[in-house]
Design a protein around this ligand. Structure first.
Ligand code: ADP
Length: 435
């Protein structure tokens, strides 16, 4: 473009020289007329060029380049190149913005962009679910008008956003959110929300668990402590009483020992380092030993039957399975009144290989059944304690079976009895060849 001016200057010099020659030969009036005609033509060409430029710009600088001659052709060519460059960089900008929007939409947390006045600029779909907002209609609205909970208003007005705020979702009552405001840019803010319902549930379970363990340990400790205080206070305690108290203390310490043992079993089962060491489990052997356990626990109080309908075996950890299935057997003995029968069964059921314990006990009401595997959940607390229960047996069973990808099925009817079955999927089964 440095070459742009001099051809025009050169042309002007030639026109001036021609005008002088014409003036000298044909008179100055003719020369002036000639110059005026040349200038008029020059102005006409420029006006045409400008009109074409105006039309082209009005169309957004896109489409076919207007036809022009000389300098205007060069100007159009330069403008066209500039427009193309701009279009390319605008395209790049749009695709970067698209990428950003897709990324922000893909974030598992809710994101709301706010301007300096606290109006919503943009929000992702997770935020719209968390707060019950409309991604389109609520843009431009003040966030404080849309989320009207007092804790949230106080958080906004407090301007101290170092800690997140825990609040209930305005649209889903059972969802708990952790909400945090983040400042960025000049005066903009970003509200990040996260669904912490599950974390809160786990935390509540942990608190309940600690409270339950403390409660379970406190009762026997109080009993033992009380007897020991009596021993100190009483100078001469008859030997008979002394032995009776000692017997009661042994019962209580036994109870604590069983509880601690069950807690240790649970913690081992939950430990991620504790990988399941598996081998082929000899079910005939295991059934026999469970049957013997049942006989010795029952001590002749129940008729007990063992039925093995399959010789198929499973792959698993024999110690864990013996402890889990042993828990089911011991529960059946403990919760079945004397004289009522108990039946241990091994066989196929609906495509799964199951170990079942069926008793003719009192049965369990349907609303208790889904909660039986929760730690310390008991239908009859007194009965469980009387028979030496810790309230952790079925929680252990559930853990062991989950580790074996097996299911615990519980069927029960009040007044008729219960059937607890541990069912293993076919991929764990080692089929015994017939004959
Ligand atoms: P516990 O140590 O109290 O027996 P479990 O976890 O083994 O704890 O069982 C939880 C509760 O399930 C028991 O307290 C009892 O109320 C109920 N339960 C378990 N097995 C039976 C059964 N065979 N018959 C009736 N109730 C049972």
């Amino acid at each position: 473009m440095q070459d742009f001016w001099w051809p025009h200057f050169f042309l002007a010099l030639i026109i001036a020289a021609v005008a002088v020659v014409i003036g000298l030969f044909f008179g100055w009036t003719v020369a002036l007329l000639g110059i005026i005609l040349v200038l008029l033509y020059y102005i006409y060409r420029n006006l045409r060029g400008m009109a074409a430029l105006a039309v082209w710009l009005a169309a957004g600088g896109i489409g076919d380049l207007p036809e022009a001659q000389g300098t205007w052709d060069e100007i159009f060519y330069g403008l066209d190149r500039m427009a193309r460059r701009n279009k390319r960089s605008a395209g790049r900008l749009v695709s970067a913005l698209d990428r950003f929007e897709h990324a922000a939409q893909a974030i598992p947390d809710g994101v709301i962009m706010l301007n300096e006045q606290g109006q919503i600029d943009w929000l992702n779909s997770v935020a719209s679910v968390h707060f019950g907002l409309d991604e389109r209609a609520d843009c431009g609205q003040f966030i404080a008008y849309l989320i009207r909970q007092s804790v949230f208003r106080d958080y906004l007005e407090g301007h101290d956003f170092r800690e997140p705020l825990m609040m209930k979702s305005p649209s889903q009552r059972d969802v708990t959110l952790s909400v945090q405001m983040v400042r960025f840019g000049a005066q903009q803010k970003m509200l990040i929300s996260r669904d912490i319902t599950q974390i809160e549930k786990v935390e509540a379970m942990r608190r309940d668990f600690v409270a339950n363990v403390s409660h379970e340990l406190r009762t026997p400790l109080t009993v033992v402590g009380g007897f020991l205080e009596n021993f100190i206070d009483m100078d001469a305690l008859p030997r008979e009483d002394f032995l009776r108290y000692c017997g009661l203390m042994v019962q209580q310490t036994d109870r604590m020992r069983r509880l601690v043992e069950d807690l240790l079993v649970l913690s081992r089962l939950e430990s991620t380092q504790n990988r399941l060491i598996e081998s082929r489990v000899d079910m005939a052997d295991l059934m026999q030993s469970l049957y013997q356990d049942a006989l010795s626990l029952s001590a002749g109080r129940h008729p007990i039957e063992m039925v093995s309908e399959s010789e198929d075996q499973i792959i698993g950890n024999v110690d864990e399975l013996a402890s889990a299935l042993g828990n089911l057997v011991s529960n059946a003995v403990r919760y079945t009144p004397s004289g009522k029968s108990i039946r241990l069964h091994w066989g196929w059921r609906e495509g799964m290989l199951c170990f079942g314990v069926k008793d003719e006990g009192e049965g369990i009401a349907p609303h208790h059944i889904p909660r039986l595997t929760e730690r310390f959940y008991r239908v009859d607390r007194g009965r469980s304690r009387e028979t030496g229960g810790t309230g952790l047996g079925l929680a252990i069973v559930k853990h062991v079976l989950t580790r074996h990808h097996a299911k615990l099925l519980i069927e029960s009817e009040i007044g008729r009895g219960s059937c607890f079955s541990a069912c293993f999927t076919a991929d764990r089964v080692v089929k015994q060849k017939p004959g």
